[in-house]
Ligand binder design. Structure first.
Ligand SMILES: [Zn+2]
Length: 248
């Protein structure tokens, strides 16, 4: 197995913080339960077709063929009962930092249950995305449960693995991250699919220690491919609200 630890050292401690003391980095590279992923190189990202996304959305180029097949299959299947669309795809470190620091009054470890700190989000890999389900579920006190009960989600759960997608954070996952029925990552339908081996290497630790459910082809270990490229010189993240305060 190639050294995934190379990915760990590529994530700068300065990317973890909103303000104040940075949270501790565990010996396995995790911060607030989230594994380190760095960021995807812009040259590997491409736009999801506009008719398959709620709004502008980019992913690694290798993901697009399966995502296209998945969402077009969903659109023509009466069992879906609506539409499934890409909602939130690749997020840069700066964007992820803005999401993570949105509620600074809440303790970082509480926020981290549902949002990864920058440098530790699957979204930054360009292989993960959140899906939107239509018709939209409104006025629901339990968003996860209500979405999970929709025909569109049930179709996705049954079919997404056939197109190379797996649910990263299933119910009661051992990683300690909140169940997110809308969040899936791409690892390809088989290791022979273009790009799948690299994606599987990037997620090797997550897949081994905190298995996805439903998962894809979990028995295969990748041992002979180079790791996917990631940024090695990342800008330190600063809280965008702090900048605004200084300008005032
Ligand atoms: Zn997500």
């Amino acid at each position: 197995m190639l050294a995934v630890s190379a990915l760990v050292t590529a994530v700068p401690a300065g990317a973890e913080v909103c303000s104040g003391t940075p949270p501790a980095i565990a010996s396995d590279g995790r911060v607030l339960s989230h594994l380190p992923y760095g960021d995807a190189p812009p040259s590997e990202l491409t736009a999801v077709p506009a008719d398959l996304a709620v709004r502008g959305c980019t992913l690694r180029r290798d993901v697009l063929p399966d995502l296209d097949r998945l969402l077009r299959a969903a659109a023509t299947d009466p069992a879906v009962g609506g539409r499934i669309l890409a909602l939130s795809c690749h997020r840069s470190l700066t964007r992820q930092g803005g999401v993570f620091c949105r509620e600074p009054a809440t303790e970082a470890d509480t926020r981290a249950v549902s949002v990864a700190p920058p440098g530790h989000s699957e979204h930054a890999t360009g292989y993960a995305l959140d899906f939107a389900f239509r018709p939209r579920v409104n006025d629901c006190p339990d968003a996860e449960a209500c979405i999970a009960a929709t025909p569109a989600f049930r179709w996705l759960r049954a079919n997404a693995p056939l197109y190379g997608f797996e649910m990263s954070f299933p119910v009661s996952n051992a990683q300690g991250v909140k169940w997110e029925p809308w969040h899936w990552r791409w690892v390809g339908t088989s290791v022979a699919e273009p790009g799948a081996a690299r994606a599987r290497l990037l997620f090797a630790t997550a897949r081994r220690r905190f298995p996805a459910s439903p998962g894809v082809d979990t028995a295969i270990e990748v041992a002979t491919v180079p790791p996917p490229p990631i940024y090695l010189s990342l800008p330190a993240f600063t809280d965008p609200r702090a900048k605004r305060r200084r300008r005032r």
